[in-house]
Ligand binder design. Structure first.
Ligand code: MG
Length: 226
């Protein structure tokens, strides 16, 4: 399998990266911020549930929690209040730093002429701006599909199908690197080979069951296999 990953990527034309939990060691911050934001409004949403639902847009996450707790979607006002709180709380955390190895892999892909795209459910300018700065020369604004570019968030295939359409690549020409169950489901529904990197707190089994073609335990593990 180790040699397989290297050969697999080398014969592809593009690699689509998820952002949080793949390029950035940021999921712990998001999990705490979401959980505390809901708690502020008296709603229980433990950090582990954030990991299970990672990849949804903010609106989808808030609606899901209201469906589970009150069997209805959240109102516009509730969505606005909770999202503002989450955005406010995440400001207290230090800036997320890219995982060691992410840039190294991108540089190697660039040398091989392999296209790099980022497909994220996030819409927060702060994080998208940081992405452009931290990966300057490797990721451009045109190569980012964010939560603002789609109607349906992960696990729907639309985010990855949008990246396929914009890149002009076919599903068989791309490898997706994801860390989250819903992201893996989205990429698989779009027909792409999906490599899961388990940087979070969920068991590997959850990623395999979401349809991952390969699961590696972290960036070090991934780079050793390339
Ligand atoms: Mg992720």
């Amino acid at each position: 399998m180790d040699r397989g990953i290297q050969e697999l990527i080398a014969c592809k034309k593009g690699v689509f990266f998820d952002m949080d939990g793949v390029l950035y060691d940021s999921m712990g911050y998001h999990a705490d911020a979401w959980s505390n934001a809901f708690q502020h409004f008296g709603i229980d949403f433990p950090p582990e549930m954030v990991y299970h639902n990672e990849g949804r847009t903010a609106q989808s996450t808030i609606n899901l929690v209201y469906q589970q707790n009150e069997e209805r979607d959240a109102t516009e006002s509730e969505i606005g209040q909770i999202y503002s709180k989450k955005t406010e709380l995440i400001e207290f955390f230090p800036d997320a730093i890219p995982f060691k190895g992410a840039k190294e892999l991108m540089e190697s892909l660039k040398k091989q002429g392999i296209d790099i795209w980022v497909v994220t459910g996030s819409s927060q300018e702060k994080f998208l701006d940081a992405l452009l700065q931290d990966f300057a020369g490797l990721v451009s604004e045109e190569q980012i599909i964010s939560g603002k570019d789609v109607q349906h968030c992960k696990p729907h295939p639309e985010p990855y199908l949008t990246a396929l359409k914009k890149s002009g690549l076919k599903s068989g020409e791309v490898v997706v690197i994801e860390n989250a169950p819903l992201g893996i489901q989205s990429a698989k529904a779009a027909g792409m080979f999906t490599l899961a990197i388990n940087t979070g707190i969920l068991d590997d089994r959850v990623l395999w069951e979401s349809g991952a073609d390969v699961v590696v335990k972290d960036w070090k593990d991934l780079l050793q296999k390339i």
